[in-house]
Ligand binder design. Sequence first.
Ligand code: NAD
Ligand code: UGA
Length: 483
Amino acid sequence: MSVFAIRSICCIGAGYVGGPTMAVIADRCPDLQVTVVDLNEQRIAAWNDRDLSQLPVYEPGLDAVVGRARGRNLTFSTAVDEAIANADMVFISVNTPTKTKGLGAGQASDLRWVEACARQVAKVAKGHTIVVEKSTLPVRTAQAIKQILAAAHGGDDHARSFSVLSNPEFLAEGTAIGDLEAPDRVLIGGEEPAAIDALASVYAHWVPQEKILRTNLWSSELSKLTANAFLAQRISSINSIAAFCEATGADVREVARAIGSDSRIGAKFLQAGPGFGGSCFQKDILNLVYLCRHFGLPEVADYWESVVALNTWQQHRISRLVVQKLFGTVTGKRLAVLGFAFKADTNDTREAPAIRICRDLLEEGAQLAIHDPKVDPEQIARDLHLPASAAPDPAAGPSRAALSGDGTWWQGADEAATIAGADAVLILTEWQQYRQLDWTVLAPLLRQPAWIFDARSVVDPAVVAAAGLKLWRVGDGGVESEA
Ligand code: NAD
Ligand code: UGA
């Protein structure tokens, strides 16, 4: 039994992490009151929508968890101060994007939202409050949070006190509920054993003791950046070998299987593709790079920076090879893009490889028909910095935009409508439904000679060849040499 009894939890930030994480805590700990707060009223309204298909985050299984806990011991609210004041434990789960201007722009994390939370907690918390860093943060951020909190309970305010813990989140989007319900580990960094015990007792409702790791604050903060850096490094490593496979006739799937069978290497995260996307890998590595330079380790910084550079190169490589294979020009040509989310089973497009690849092709004057089962077309418009246009009618001849060389895009209603009239199909997200497409039926919809560019290894090369289509498949030197 912990010295600090936890009855009420507040989480600041109702995003991809705060929402699902707190929903699982509330589901697994019916004895705790969990309140998730956010300044974004629209987001909170969506979390409170009676229709569970309208939750702001799409995650398989999330609707069921929210459905069980919401209204019982899980609340979504914009009343930030009230929730903090009532809480024994406050999680900070706000965004920590890369800074876009000022010192460290392009690399360092922008901590303005985290600092605002610390100041808000300092202002309104009551009694003893355990403040938990859930956001991914630069090493030693806890020091700044502690200083802000210490300034608040100075003077004669003896009734208030604080502990600070680091408890980074390792969930991946698309599998968040499974990752939260059966985590490989829960990491708690801190200095006060009683505070660590209090947080461990929350997780102990469903996580076995041996999976709850305790470290000092700085190891915990740094472990999160390191885990993401190692995972991203594997993807850049396999993508570098994919390019080499294409040049030599090897097949990256066979190479991945061969090396992944070595238990020291392991089979996971060896899927070659259009490069990693998502809100965190690039941001967290760049943050690590910035910190290494700051601490006088330029060689270490360069090493990790190359992981991001290889990833960017892989994305431009794919758009370049599309142009090259389509006789060196895509101006005015219709190209179908299947998948816009950064991975399957999410509606998240942050840093999606599709963004960079589509922007390159629009720059070349392509007419893109884009399909994604979960991404909102308004989000695609924001990501591409271009409003959607109407799908041109092929019977009416080439559109004005096509003739003037302007890139445009529109949303395809379904896969067949997206593909119709295109010279090529690019598969950029591995949605299950794209694996089931019948290329023999779809091939006649394309303008010949037509290409499939499969950046996610979802098609069967034999089926595509039988349908009379040309194929580029990531890391497949075999199909390349026959084409
Ligand atoms: P997000 O942008 O989806 O959500 C953050 C939310 O915080 C937003 O809704 C924003 O309105 C709210 N917010 C910001 N400042 C606030 C304030 N002062 N008061 C109240 N609300 C405020 O971000 P996310 O994807 O949930 O990521 C959050 C953190 O978790 C980041 O540090 C990220 O690196 C880390 N992380 C993310 C993932 C992931 O899969 N997305 C996984 C592990 C860790
Ligand atoms: C990743 C980590 O896996 C989580 O542990 C971490 O908590 C999270 O980042 C975070 O800090 O935000 P996420 O980005 O949601 O999770 O998804 P991943 O499954 O890691 O995929 C990231 C990107 O890498 C995707 O674009 C995916 O398609 C790509 N990827 C992944 C590959 O190209 N090949 C692979 O073998 C695996």
